[in-house]
Design a protein around this ligand. Sequence first.
Ligand code: HDE
Length: 715
Amino acid sequence: MASKITDAAKQIYVAATENAKIADLEKDITDPVSKPTKGLTTDHGVFVSDTDNWLKTQDGVHTGPSLLTDQIGREKIHRFDHERIPERVVHARGAGAHGYFRIFDSKASKYTHAPVLTDASRTTPVFVRFSTVQGSRGSADTVRDVRGFAVKFYTQEGNWDIVGNDIPVFFIQEAMKFPDFVHAVKPEPHNEVPQGQSAHNNFWDYVGLQPESAHMIMWVMSDRGIPRSYRMMQGFGVNTYSLINAKGERHFVKFHFIPELGVHSLVWDEALKLGGQDPDFHRKDLQEAIQNGAYPKWKFAIQTIAEGEEHGFDFDILDATKVWPEELVPLEIIGEMVLNRTVDEYFPETEQAAFCTSHVVPGIGFSDDPLLQGRNFSYFDTQITRLGVNWEELPINRPICPVLNHQRDGAMRHKITKGDVNYWPNRKGIGKPVPVSEGGYAECGQKVQGIKQRVRSAKFQEHYNQAQLFYNSLTDYEKAHLISAISFELSHCDDPVVYETYSKVLNNIDLNLAKQIAENVGGIVPEAPARPNHGKSSKSLSQLYYAPKEPTIVSRRIAILIADGFDMAEVEGLRAAFKAGQATTWIIGPRRGKIYPKGQSAASGVHVWADHHFEGQRSTMYDACIIPSGAEHVQKLAQNGRTLHWVREAFGHCKAIGALGEAVVFLREAVQLPGIEYATDLNNDNVVTSYGVITVGKYDAGSFAADTLKISQDE
Ligand code: HDE
């Protein structure tokens, strides 16, 4: 284990030091900590002697009017007045990180000549921004929503953006519907309610009238809609792109990112509580993992279909409401992406990062996917509103390769281009187009024919097959979660037309699903299915499919609950064992500060430092909790409502809970549920595991930690 970690760390170090984008950003970074300056200046660089008192008339007794002549006071206020820019119209709330992308070998060269996908000797810097869709910039992280998964690859041939999501399909097939969809899901126009939720009349009204949303609804209402972490979700390009090889042959392609730690979710009750208890939960989780060296990592995979074979499926491969089932089009894993650096400042990096689906590099192209075609217009346009026409000159957005063209001027132009010509052709040959043979971008030749009309082809009219496929592929508990989620949402809709309509839509997917939800929410309970369930399933649609092969607690947060009188050796042993597994441990005690073990007191000085007070944190913020032995400390915990609630709530959320020695008795009484087995003999080191509860009478660091490691997986 140790050597694996060291090897990985070495590789990551090499990659991090090679990150050309970080080197590029360096010239714009001011670091008053490591490179202190003499002090405060105005924006024009003049030292400021007083930043607190506005220039005013003053006779020593009376305060006179503040003077407009105070340049320094005015500059400070003017700059403040203009600090805000428009937030993204969707995906306003986000978190970003830097990292790198690598290809394992050149096997993708049969599909593409893009070096970023074929040259295994390269390390391509990336910036990734994760986001929620519905809420505004200040909304909570753990809401039920789609998560954005936008990746900017700073390749040597220019920037390539995959502006993806954590769900492989989308709500609509046509770009032109996007404004209606977004208006429907966003807060309602008359009262700007709700925030960070889709549980309202307008959303369910819209999707009830848009059967093409049915498949996506299944995904968002499944556990995929409430990820445990940005680091534990998949990423999908969603749209169909194309790859072009050196012979000019074209393949259609879907892009996938598969998280190394597996795909895990919160449970709904946790997500709801975290929304209030720690609205920045995902943002902090990303930062914490990177800062602790548990670098988030994804495998990168492609699905390809050769041009000419695209019509061989019962769905249209250009329809973004459909997946390409892996049984039909297998995934080829060709690379990996690692995030290893947090941002230095949120606004210039994460907020100003701007992505465009239209930004691809030679060897990668588009398809006629109608959603993608619309997106290719939209993103560039929206960046102009948000950041201005020169948004690609901003440090986070500028490519690491040379940029030269005759696009000029506009607000906030930074670059200075020497020379007396700004057009092509020019007599000096400056800024000339690069032939395709020398790396110029080429669109793949494509025969286009048809009658200009506003219609969609026949396969685009089928909306339920894959919604069924997804539903059928879920485990029973995933189905139960999905039913609860839709019931929650429809219960928030008070217009009967809305929840009755949606109950009918669900009956096109599965009778039992429709029945249960209709019963829960007062909808129309169907007697027979609106169409038969085809009974097919696909293995990779359940998130269980992505559970890591080897159990891992890497980056998991484990709370150790203690009061004065705990067993010091146990706590030290547990911490060491969890640390070896790259988990983080947090001591939660009756006060933030020194907590004294059995037989010790302030006089002796032996203590552990509690990171938090019982009231300062909640079980929801941790993946597991453990209580060491010690009669005195256990008695104190048992008298504390907050700790009782902690273990009960953690159990309800399917967390791993551990107890040692006397704490076993506390746990047994706190979580009094039939069927759970506990260690009975406190003189025995047999570890008993039952429903995620791990107990042992007598502590043995090795075996207990090993069992805990195994069970600390998300359900
Ligand atoms: Fe977006 N989308 N979108 N979208 N989208 C934006 O661009 C749009 C769609 C996605 O972290 C906006 O820079 C249209 C699908 C992400 O900065 C805007 C259509 C997918 C992000 C926009 C779609 C996405 C955005 C708002 C239908 C998954 C955040 C701010 C044709 C594959 C990127 C911005 C970031 C952001 C338009 C549909 C993902 C308005 C017109 C499908 C991850 O341009």
